[in-house]
Design a protein around this ligand. Structure first.
Ligand SMILES: *Cc1c(COP(=O)(O)O)cnc(C)c1O
Length: 380
């Protein structure tokens, strides 16, 4: 089955044996009647499993070309489950330009349980192997990165992971499986904040993991059930519905993203535009190799690097909504220095490029002329 068919039909055969409903029913139940102790029809308690969630988990596996999907209450709950595969003393090599919540989970929660994290620049994959030692268990990759839109070579990281018998996990939230499929590139675990493009409508918070290996799936399923950060059936239904248009939405996100990136690049008041589709992007060749297209996430800096001017621009936008998050049908704008990265000291954030005037756009699927007019009036 091709990708554009999988988004609609992947894992969705025979979802309602009772009435043949085309969409899986929302099984809003916590438990299931048993005919005799242990005699049930595959589900016994909704933390352990729920038919609506199971339909979604099969869909996740299908679109990522994996065998096993797992759905969680949030993206962070999915990451939490991955790190719980580790033990005190284990070490993780992680991308340094990382989603802020992931960084917080690693440093503020898991470091106190004795897991050690190395945050490094991975734009040059040779750098990764330097940090491998006897305690290393996991390489954590986010690509494209947030908000600097760096690109990391997944195949090269997979080669390091294989050589040293490590797990490679890829946060595929920004790219989605429409643009890149990390399992096919050698990753062991794909992770998503399904809150973003997979859900696609800014109406649900959810996380996902997809793996191929049966043993790894069993360990993660054990953690999912034992820790209990599962998503409910209503939310599972919403994301199943969102997935069905993922490919058409992504196509438009990419088209609009390209038009806006090019508009910004030509703008006299703009100093720099970060978007992996430009040939001048340092890892454009890797992006072209591992991604089908370049997506709708763009960051840019205005000339003079003025904090107040950047704030004024995001406040003046009318169609772009000033908000955290990304990946919905509607365009959003954010100012990392005062929003997502406000808790990081200025010198620290500026080291990774998060300067005062950096603005991040999640380009939606509205008419691109309206979006460009909106940017035009706000930038002035
Ligand atoms: C939002 C996000 C997360 C966290 O997901 P939640 O659903 O908010 O818990 C992780 N990684 C990336 C890249 C994200 O954008």
């Amino acid at each position: 089955m091709k990708f554009n068919t999988k988004t609609i039909h992947g894992g969705q055969h025979d979802v309602d044996p009772a009435y043949g409903s085309v969409m899986p029913p929302i099984y809003q139940t916590s438990t299931y009647a048993q005919s005799t102790p242990g005699g049930h029809k595959g589900f016994e308690y909704s933390r352990s499993g729920n038919p609506t969630r199971a339909a979604l988990e099969r869909a996740f596996a299908s679109i990522e070309n994996g065998k096993h999907g797992l759905a969680f209450a949030s993206g962070l709950a999915a990451i939490d489950a991955v790190i719980k595969l580790l033990k005190p003393g284990d070490e993780v090599i992680s991308t340094n330009d990382l989603y802020g919540g992931t960084y917080r989970l690693f440093t503020k929660v898991f470091e106190q349980f004795g897991v050690k994290f190395h945050f490094i620049g991975m734009e040059n994959a040779d750098n990764v192997e330097k940090y491998v030692n006897d305690n290393t268990r996991l390489i954590w990759v986010e690509t494209p990165t947030n908000p600097m839109m760096n690109i990391i070579d997944i195949k090269a990281c997979a080669a390091v992971a294989q050589k040293h018998d490590l797990l490679l996990a890829v946060d595929n939230t920004f790219a989605t499986p429409y643009l890149q499929q990390p399992l096919d590139l050698g990753a062991d675990i794909v992770m998503h904040s399904a809150t973003k493009y997979l859900g696609g409508h800014s109406d649900v918070v959810m996380g996902a993991l997809v793996v191929n290996d049966d043993d790894l799936a069993e360990k993660l399923y054990f953690i999912q059930n034992a820790s209990g950060a599962v998503c409910g059936p209503q939310d599972s239904f919403l994301v199943l519905r969102g997935l069905k248009t993922l490919h058409v939405r992504m196509q438009r996100h990419c088209e609009n993203g390209k038009a806006i990136a090019e508009y910004l690049l030509d703008h006299p008041k703009i100093e720099k535009v970060y978007w992996p589709g430009f040939e001048s992007h340092p890892n454009h060749a890797i992006a072209r190799d591992q991604m089908r297209d370049f997506g709708g996430m763009i960051s840019f800096v205005t000339k003079g690097n003025n904090y107040d001017e950047a704030v004024r621009i995001v406040e003046n936008l009318k169609i772009f909504t000033l908000a955290e998050s990304l990946g919905g049908v509607e365009s959003l704008a954010g100012h990392p220095a005062s929003m997502t990265h406000a808790s990081i000291p200025k010198e620290e954030r500026e080291k990774t490029g998060v300067v005062d005037a950096l603005i991040r756009l999640s380009v939606g699927i509205e008419d691109v002329k309206d979006l460009i007019e909106d940017l035009e009036q706000a930038i002035g």
